[in-house]
Design a protein around this ligand. Structure first.
Ligand code: UD2
Ligand code: MN
Length: 617
């Protein structure tokens, strides 16, 4: 890895502002102090240390493990030990309002201590048998695999011992208009559960929030930590992706950057297991297991959808939606113990740790990615294809609050233009997917016309760093993704399906999974009027197929995999869609706006259709 100095992200405006004042003085750390810390940082390079691998010592609690239960926020108080905290009906209106504004029940959150205790979700004694009987079993068993299994079922995360000289970290949290107590609980949990000698700083990047509580109140509140927690403010809304790159530049003290969303709670002894693999190999990037914090009652549970141990790997479908897939046999067999880190093709995006210099060497995030989405894949591909590794770490657990339905969201700023997330996806597949990008366009044909900007710098980066091909990546790392998400067939045609020479188009009306499609005025915006017909004879919208409904005639839209509902043929010149199984033709009633199949009759105008590409969405 040749060393590349900090890659230019468009930070001019911020730089101009900050040149005038000394940021560090402003936040309570003077220059001298910073120089000392920087020097320590420079002499504390990973290369100069040999970090021993963690060892599992059955029967002896690992280092950094709390010997006593950690202090409660408010003993027996609301939400302690992550017990569900349910509010009575009196609060209904204020709860609804807070969900709309922040995506979470802030009324409940505000009542829960910022220092609350959490439940320990790490893998531990599976059987209720006590440790001495486990030890008995161990010493009696000669067979190694019995031994391993026994260790695995009796002793889990608590019994790993980590090196005492782990790398230090800057924890970076970017936020835009987040609720107060969920943001501050993130900060509190990090301070409370991270050994102080490893926590260099917590860097908050305020992505141009406009809520009063995130201004002076925040500045005042963090003074209690004497400079350990700092806040930097973007002068315009950058979006979470560039805000994280800015965070990498601002966070100068830690050797590792640990990113968290602004509504997390770190678990017990989260730090050592997450950082140890990076101390061993600086091109390794790690991700904790992300637990599910309920945004209504703040209980914490493991996420659904992993394997029998609750483990999953990160993946995608060919339209670039985030997916989780179980641990493969191959990854399982690479490890001796279930609680060891395992390889994952991709990360979810919000929570991860990466060595600071390594992140700069990777060029941080693509500066052309805007606001939200796709950056998790960009960084995953970049890491794997350019010589790094991405590991999920079962013993490091961090809870994340998922936004509730009813959240008003954060519309992107005007300067970004339309569909920033889709443009991000296009940039990512154009740079990293090589010939596989055709499968993305087959799944999202409308993105082909999106202006995604200049990617020549990124392509040059790929060459200069001898990054491997996507084909290599698909064969070596993401080898089983196609067994969950098969490569999609090519499209024969795509666009809106318009009644021939009319202004009415087939519209899913947002229905899925068994709803009916209807006719609506053509709007040429894609979305619910965007369909595609592929070489497998499927007529699709996103991951849904059209087929005939239970009455045998009305057209239904329902989820399908590659082998289902291969039922349609489009005769472009005849303006006809034929439903192969019934031999009938696609038809419509213009008065009732229904779409159905009926006996083919070439004299019927309502059986004539055209499929028009929509070039600007
Ligand atoms: C997931 C990720 C999130 C990010 C996103 C895709 C997890 C748990 N979460 O969605 O981190 O990778 O996918 O891009 O993996 N924010 C800003 N500026 C903005 C918008 C958001 O600073 O313009 C902040 C926001 O306050 C939060 C973070 O960025 O702290 C992530 O945003 P989110 O929580 O809305 O994303 P999420 O969890 O739905
Ligand atoms: Mn989030």
């Amino acid at each position: 890895w040749p060393h590349v100095e900090g890659v230019e992200v468009d930070l001019e405006s911020i730089r101009r502002k900050n040149k005038a004042k000394n940021e560090l003085n402003q936040h309570g750390v003077d220059n001298k102090q910073q120089n000392i810390l920087q020097r320590q940082y420079l002499t504390f390079k990973p290369q100069t240390f040999v970090y021993p691998d963690p060892v599992l010592r059955p029967g002896v609690l690992g280092n950094f493990e709390p010997k006593e239960p950690e202090p409660h926020g408010v003993v027996g108080g609301p939400g302690e030990e992550a017990k569900p905290y349910v509010l009575g009906p009196d609060y209904k209106e204020s709860v609804q309002a807070s969900i709309k504004e922040f995506g979470f029940n802030m009324v409940a959150s505000d009542m829960i201590s910022l220092d609350r205790s959490v439940n320990d979700l790490r893998q531990e004694e599976k059987l209720s048998a006590n440790i001495s009987s486990a030890q008995g079993l161990l010493s009696n068993s000669i067979n190694d695999s019995v031994k391993t299994n026994t260790i695995d079922s009796f002793y889990r995360c608590k019994y790993w011992h980590y090196d005492e000289n782990l790398l230090t970290s800057s924890v970076v949290i970017v936020f835009h208009n987040e609720g107060w107590s969920t943001l501050m609980r993130t900060v509190h949990s990090v301070i409370k559960r991270t050994p102080r000698k490893y926590l260099a700083e917590i860097v908050l990047i305020d992505d141009f929030s406009n809520k009063a509580h995130l201004q002076e109140r925040l500045d005042d509140y963090i003074k209690q930590w004497n400079g350990l927690v700092k806040v930097f403010r973007n002068e315009r809304r950058e979006g979470l992706i560039q805000a994280r790159s800015i965070g990498a530049q601002k966070a100068k003290l830690g050797q590792v950057l640990v990113y968290l969303d602004a509504h997390c709670e770190v678990g017990i002894n989260w730090y050592a297991p997450l950082i140890a693999p990076i101390s061993k190999d600086r091109t390794t990037c790690t991700v904790p297991l992300i637990d599910y914090i309920d945004g209504n009652d703040y209980s914490i549970e493991p996420q659904q959808g992993g394997d029998e141990d609750g483990f999953a790997r990160g993946a995608w479908d060919w339209s670039l939606l985030w997916k989780r897939i179980p641990l493969s046999h191959k990854e399982k067999s690479k490890r001796k113990h279930k609680t060891e880190p395992y390889r994952s093709p991709a990360m979810a995006g919000g929570l991860f740790a990466i060595e600071r210099d390594f992140f700069f060497e990777l060029g941080l995030y693509d500066p052309g990615l805007q606001i939200w989405g796709g950056e998790n894949f960009e960084i995953s591909y970049k890491i794997w294809q350019c010589g790094g590794k991405l590991l999920f770490v079962p013993c490091s657990r961090v809870g994340h609050i998922y936004r509730l339905q009813g959240w008003q969201g954060n519309p992107p700023p005007v300067y970004v233009g339309s569909s920033p997330t889709l443009k991000n996806y296009v940039r990512v597949v154009e740079v990293w997917w090589d010939e596989y990008k055709d499968y993305f366009y087959a799944s999202r044909p409308e993105t082909k016309a999106l202006p995604y900007g200049d990617i020549s710098e990124l392509k040059r980066f790929r060459e200069d760093h001898n990054c491997k091909s996507f084909k290599w990546f698909m064969e070596e790392i993401a080898y089983d993704i196609t067994s969950y998400y098969p490569l999609p067939p090519k499209n024969v045609d795509w666009g809106e399906i318009r009644g021939f020479e009319t202004s009415y188009c087939i519209d899913s009306m947002g229905h899925t999974n068994g709803g009916f499609v209807e006719l609506g005025p053509c709007h040429r915006m894609g979305g619910n009027q965007l369909f595609r017909i592929n070489e497998a004879n499927q007529l699709m919208q996103y991951d849904q197929c059209l087929t005939k409904g239970p009455d045998g005639s009305k057209i239904m839209i329902t989820h399908c995999n590659q082998n289902e509902f291969k039922e349609w043929q489009f005769f472009k010149n005849l303006h006809r869609f034929t439903h192969i199984p019934s031999g009938k033709c696609l038809d419509r009633s213009e008065v009732l706006h229904q779409v159905f199949i009926s006996e083919c009759d070439s004299s019927k105008a309502t059986q004539k259709w055209e499929m028009n590409n929509i070039l600007s969405v």
